[in-house]
Design a protein around this ligand. Sequence first.
Ligand code: NAD
Length: 484
Amino acid sequence: MPRPVYEVTHYINGEFVKGGNRFEIRYPATNEVIGTAPEGTPDEVDAAVQAARQAFKSWSQASPSARRKVLRAFAQAIREHHDELAELETLDVGRTIRDNKAGYIRSLASTIEYYADLAVTAGTEAYPMSNGYLNYILRSPVGVGGLILPWNVPMLLVSWKVGPALAFGNTVVMKPAEWTPLGAWRLAQLAHEAGLPPGVLNVVHGFGPDSTGEYITKHPDIDLISFTGESATGKTIMEAAAKSLKRVSFELGGKAANIIFEDADLDRAVKVSVDAAFQNQGQLCIAGSRLLVQRSIYEPFMEKFTAAARELRPGDPMNPETTLGSLISAEHLQRVTSYIEVARQSGAAIRLGGDRPDLPAPFNQGNFLNATIIEGLPPQNRVCQEEIFGPVVAALPFDTEEEAVEIANGVNYGLSAVIQTRDVGRVLRLSNALNVGTVWVNDFFVRDIRTPFGGMKQSGIGREGGTFSLDFWTEAKTVCVSSQ
Ligand code: NAD
């Protein structure tokens, strides 16, 4: 079936604005141009910020239950358009439709509903003093938020950011990544149809430096920035945001260790490890891109793991049988393969992959890379230190628990880790010793939106999720009342 040519628009003050300068949108799996999107000008960003500021006056004063009503209608619209959204996400990212339909897009609606409900039910703390005074905490929305998104899980992050921002009474200007404008554009249409008042959610497309992203981070009327992307970009944004002392929340890169101990259920560990290394073609901040395997089981585990990874089927991401999609772009493919070259030059053994699959047209024009397993590198090698963000995993044997912790912590990142063991004591010791924001035990990427998510070290500042998002998106005011 011929695909429509997508004419993406901004969404400013409740209107869909065609904009001027347009850039091409490509389908990662074929590199075909499937539409165009506008690059926001400083004036368009300013119009969006002013609309958000104006809308803040009434949205921040609306009762949480009035906001919940609209957000629930938005969530319901997302549910009703599930299959269409899953397909758009595949067109945007090149991720398989199989993944996008396996609960991934379904979580958007429940996340938005969760925050809408939390804003209604959240209580507040009170601190009575022995001298008769009572302190209680009032929370109010902060103001206009700038939301800057990456391309790897774009719709998921719209829900993680827009949900709490709006539920707690803020208004926003959102910039999707230049690679993936379709999802945010369609979600804005659904929010509009659901009755979201003009100016509460604004979407302005464009690039980062000298473009929409920079205009947002430098805009004096934006109060907070919620950014997800590379650690290096986070540093640039922090500098820009410092000029007007904006509140920032950063979800940045990762280099997660997936640690397999000899007592693990090996078949389960293999399944979890394939998912951790190759889900979304390894383009996840939490990807288990370092596979630490206890030496006593190294070879038997690696045999099973390699066999399972070999089963991944690259190809048409819209085919429900396909289990390995495309990387986001030709540039990114080039960057990822350059790390395989570094590994080769460092004397590593490529146990699996390292090459591109032989696919029929038009997918032979896409950005596919086979699942790749690298062995024989020291933990200090660049391949084991830097975020590759592709289907490339480096296997590292270890002997003791202490050594595993040392290797796992020996990177600049600290987002997440996976521990695979049946020893409860070990779980308790390691989850304490690992310098990361999330530890999964015998599984990967199970997300309860009530829990904090975020990174230590270069992986981020702040936490998103549950009441942790409440802390970011609200101002806490202490009221101290005398009994006299
Ligand atoms: P990126 O940093 O290149 O871009 C992210 C966004 O920032 C894009 O919208 C981009 O246009 C914008 N941007 C770039 N330069 C900017 C600037 N100077 N000023 C303002 N905006 C700017 O990241 P990416 O390649 O899109 O995404 C991949 C990265 O995101 C990886 O490092 C990954 O680990 C990280 N990520 C982290 C999490 C998390 O929760 N910690 C989740 C998903 C992705």
